[in-house]
Design a protein around this ligand. Structure first.
Ligand SMILES: Nc1ncnc2c1ncn2[C@@H]1O[C@H](COP(=O)(O)OP(=O)(O)OP(=O)(O)O)[C@@H](O)[C@H]1O
Ligand SMILES: [Mg+2]
Length: 251
């Protein structure tokens, strides 16, 4: 894909001909895809296929070797682009929650609002409390992360990302570190976000979530997108042997 069309630039995320090397190792071998505003795109694939690297390229935690990534029409691979400004539109949630252990939940939710958004303390607290309520943890604002379950910590991490008012959210295996009985609470929050129209890109092994909530499912293997489509169709009737082999192991 060479020219960027008007339609393409209206996408929330538009990736074309993305290549990423780590040294000699080509980890992304020409990725093309897009996420429309309000869409939920789930990404699946075996370990090492490049899912995290792709996600990390989208908010430039990794620098692409070549190719183009447009976030709301802004080329984030352009050296002229103000990365902080673009990143401020993208919320990121990782498998590990990355909360500050020495800060309370409320402090964890306020710090980036204060530094990056330059909000007053009162405003930051107000936004934080609204988002804690949204993830069902209003009563935990004074707790320290170590006193919360993994599922609660992940919901705090989601509330923290939401407190920055992102236009889109990237999730990298948000439930993979959780005990099975805690997964549902986190997925329920993500489902609610999707229903509210949040644009989401979700690397996940939760095929039920992909089937129920996803607008598109992308299967990656060996640094390429092997297959993508309606999650229900891809899961029920995969076209490629590699997709079939992967799904037969995880379903
Ligand atoms: N910072 C790095 N330096 C060197 N190689 C890396 C780095 N990050 C990832 N890789 C390599 O890139 C490849 C893809 O890794 P990536 O983490 O994107 O895969 P993944 O699909 O997210 O896998 P998993 O399901 O295990 O999380 C792997 O071979 C990995 O070893
Ligand atoms: Mg990964």
């Amino acid at each position: 894909m060479s020219a960027v069309t008007v339609e393409a630039t209206s996408a929330a995320i538009h990736v074309s001909a993305l290549h990423k090397y780590f040294g000699e190792n080509e980890v992304l071998k020409g990725i093309d895809f897009q996420v429309d505003a309000g869409q939920v795109v789930c990404v699946i694939g075996p370990s090492g296929s490049g899912k995290s690297t792709l996600l990390r390229c989208v908010n430039r935690l990794e620098e692409p070797t070549s190719g183009q990534i447009l976030v709301e029409g802004i080329d984030i691979t352009d050296p002229e682009t103000d990365l902080d400004k673009v990143r401020a539109r993208i919320g990121m949630v990782f498998q590990q929650f990355n909360l500050f252990p020495h800060m309370t939940v409320l402090q964890n939710l306020c710090i980036a609002q204060r530094t990056a958004k330059r909000r007053s303390k009162a405003e930051a607290v107000e936004v934080a409390r609204a988002n804690l309520a949204k993830v069902g943890l209003a009563e935990k604002e004074s707790a320290y992360p170590a006193h919360l379950s993994g599922g609660q910590q992940q919901r705090v991490a989601i509330a923290r990302a939401l407190s920055m008012d992102p236009d889109m959210m990237l999730f990298d295996e948000p439930t993979s570190a959780l005990d099975p009985e805690l997964v549902g609470d986190v997925l329920a929050i993500m489902k609610q976000l999707a229903a509210e129209g949040m644009t989401m890109m979700v690397v996940t092994h939760e095929m039920g979530f992909a089937r129920e909530v996803g607008d598109k499912l992308v299967f990656m293997d060996g640094g390429v997108i092997v297959e993508e489509g309606d999650p229900r169709e891809v899961l029920a009737d995969p076209k490629h042997d590699r997709t079939k082999a992967f799904l037969s192991k995880v379903l």
